[in-house]
Design a protein around this ligand. Sequence first.
Ligand code: AP5
Ligand code: MG
Ligand code: ZN
Length: 215
Amino acid sequence: MLRTILLGPPGAGKGTQAVKIVEKYHIPHISTGDIFRENIKNGTDLGNRAKAYMDRGELVPDELVVEIATDRLTKADCKNGFLLDGFPRTIFQAEKLDEFLEGRGEKLDKVINIDVEKSALVKRITGRRVCKQCGAGYHIENIPPKKEGVCDNCGGELIQREDDTEETVLNRIDVYNKQTRPLAEYYEKSGIIANIDGNKDLEDVLADIVKALGD
Ligand code: AP5
Ligand code: MG
Ligand code: ZN
């Protein structure tokens, strides 16, 4: 049983580490960003409403996000826990999540707060490539695929996320600092936060996270 959240700026490595964490703890990986991107791809109403905000690097309005996230948490696969990636992102969202869990007699076990220096964030985001087919993540320098532009896992085409331009990422970092960073203090008060240095190599970051979560 593990109910946990990954907190951290764009490019901190949330998605990359999430894949490893859910493998180890057998819990679902819930990324609100991935849910929105899936909806944009499928041209749903939700996707249409979220797209303009995401393209600018702004947050999607709280009401929309809270409903999607809490709805996802009612699914059967969350009964033994979950890993939230990119939600909550505002104090309002965090309060709504607490209320939702409380209503079910549940609470968060841990908040993993990954931080990385700004200059590294920009390099990570502009060099990120994702598989169009299976969603696997790469970096042109840090984690290159065996063959340029091609996914190691499935042979799919590697593409750039639409919001991964330098301009948009700088805005995303600002938005993070203003609206999401205060969450660290919010969770500090409940004593469940673990601060992780995300500047290290992938494996070292993962080891620090596992240490914080316990076996
Ligand atoms: P979202 O999809 O959550 O994006 P984000 O928070 O900006 O974070 P990223 O996915 O860009 O970074 P990451 O930390 O996952 O990094 P990754 O592991 O890929 O949100 C997108 C948008 O959706 C938001 O802007 C907003 O509009 C909307 N949204 C989503 N949730 C919302 C919410 N709750 N409320 C309101 N709006 C919401 O790593 C990045 C790169 O670095 C990769 O190339 C990777 O290979 C590389 N890398 C990772 N770790 C390392 C390492 N240790 N060393 C070297 N390279 C590394
Ligand atoms: Mg991500
Ligand atoms: Zn793939």
